[in-house]
Design a protein around this ligand. Structure first.
Ligand code: HEC
Length: 115
């Protein structure tokens, strides 16, 4: 007879793999800044949070926000400057935004600074 514990473990496994698959297909939402992100990438958490704030406040006037994970870091570098001009960001806001999209990109793609 299958124990309740085993059913529970299988259930968790299914939910976890379901989440993983849905992440791999499409990114949803604009990732929140976590203390772990700041620590892993050596960028001050307040800077990242401000960068996300800039993204939320200034980057959906003309089109939907693109998930940071959907665009390569090199493309982000160029497009962030191009869009900062369009959105009339200050130089500081542009830097904060760039930090945020780079770190959020690395975070969703599982960048590991140890490797
Ligand atoms: C004034 C309108 C406007 C604002 C504000 C704006 N964008 Fe854009 N964005 C555009 C247009 C138009 C394009 C497509 C053509 C181009 O590159 O100019 C675009 C394209 C993009 C792309 C490329 C999408 C792709 O799939 O290739 C990204 C990424 C992007 N914007 C991010 C941002 C970010 C980040 C901000 C905030 C700093 C922002 N945009 C603010 C008008 C805007």
């Amino acid at each position: 007879m299958v124990s309740m514990k085993k059913i529970f473990v299988i259930g968790i496994g299914l939910v976890a793999s379901g989440l993983f698959l849905s992440c791999a297909k499409s990114f949803k939402g604009i990732p929140e800044v976590t203390p772990k992100m700041a620590k892993d990438y050596g960028v001050d958490e307040a800077t990242l949070a401000r960068g996300r704030g800039v993204y939320m406040a200034h980057c959906a006037a003309c089109h939907e926000r693109v998930h940071p994970g959907e665009i390569d870091p090199e493309f982000w570098r160029g497009v962030t400057h191009h869009m900062a001009v369009k959105a009339k960001l200050t130089e500081v806001e542009e830097k904060q935004l760039l930090h945020y999209v780079m770190v959020a990109h690395a975070e969703v793609h599982g960048f590991d600074p140890e490797h």
